[in-house]
Design a protein around this ligand. Structure first.
Ligand code: SAH
Length: 231
């Protein structure tokens, strides 16, 4: 726009996105998701209803609607919204599905999944993250999520098998116990590769006879670490 180089809400010192009204902010958020390939209307609807701002507390809150990963406690990160959208879309979740998520983190991905399926089990190795996410789920009335402190690389045997499994931390290979806990006909989405390099997002489908793999895109996640965290 000639003669109007700056958005009227963009006062000096404002973070991008701050100062705009919530409806406009949400519209931009959804537009950015669509531009990056999130086109499934159910996924877009879920991401419209779950406010990412609630999962990004403190210092980075005003950047919650940007398409960027952000730091959360315990040295972890909340994923980039478009990656959350693309992974959710790739998982092809149905309303009757029982879903396992490894890596609760902020709880944002679990919250989005919870609107699309029957029940979400989400595991994290950090007690603090699980406690904070649980409090948020309660506050938001998301009653079909069970968050637990556990080493997710072992899955959750007592609730297996799962229709869908989403791993939000990078493993060197799709963990064997998670493959074993996937139903026949089930789908798992998992970033695979060395922890400090670019990884490949893989979709695994379990058939009667074995597992089919397809590569979706390059991603970058924190590593899947065995054992429980100190906090
Ligand atoms: N899905 C999250 C982001 C996950 S970040 C969100 O929406 O915010 C990756 C998370 O995986 C971190 O919280 C980390 O603690 C967790 N993690 C890493 N290894 C794990 C393991 N073996 N078991 C359970 N959680 C693990």
């Amino acid at each position: 726009m000639s003669g109007a180089p700056r958005d009227p809400g963009d006062e000096p010192g404002d973070a991008p996105g701050a100062g705009t009204d919530p409806a406009e902010r949400k519209m931009r958020f959804l537009f950015a998701l669509r531009q990056r390939g999130v086109t499934d209307p159910r996924v877009l609807d879920a991401m419209e209803r779950i406010d990412r701002g609630a999962f990004v507390r403190g210092h980075f809150e005003d950047r919650a609607y940007e398409d960027t990963p952000l730091p959360i406690p315990c040295g972890q990160t909340i994923s980039q919204p478009s990656v959350v959208g693309l992974m959710t879309q790739a998982l092809q979740v149905g309303p009757r599905d029982k879903v396992l998520e490894i890596g609760t983190g902020s709880g944002y991905q679990a919250a989005v999944l919870s609107l699309l399926c029957r029940r979400v089990y989400t595991l994290d190795r950090h007690r603090r993250l699980v406690a904070e996410a649980e409090a948020l789920f309660r506050e938001l009335g998301l009653s079909n999520i069970t968050a637990m402190v556990a080493d997710g690389s072992r899955g959750l045997q007592e609730q297996a098998p799962f229709d869908r499994i989403m791993v939000t931390a990078a493993a060197e290979d799709p963990p064997g116990s998670l493959l074993a806990q996937l139903k026949i006909g089930g789908i798992m989405v998992v970033p695979v590769g060395q922890s400090d390099a670019v990884q490949t997002l893989i979709r695994v489908r379990r058939s009667e006879t074995g597992f089919d793999y397809d590569e979706l895109r390059q991603v970058r996640f924190v590593p899947l670490v065995e054992g429980l965290g100190q906090t």
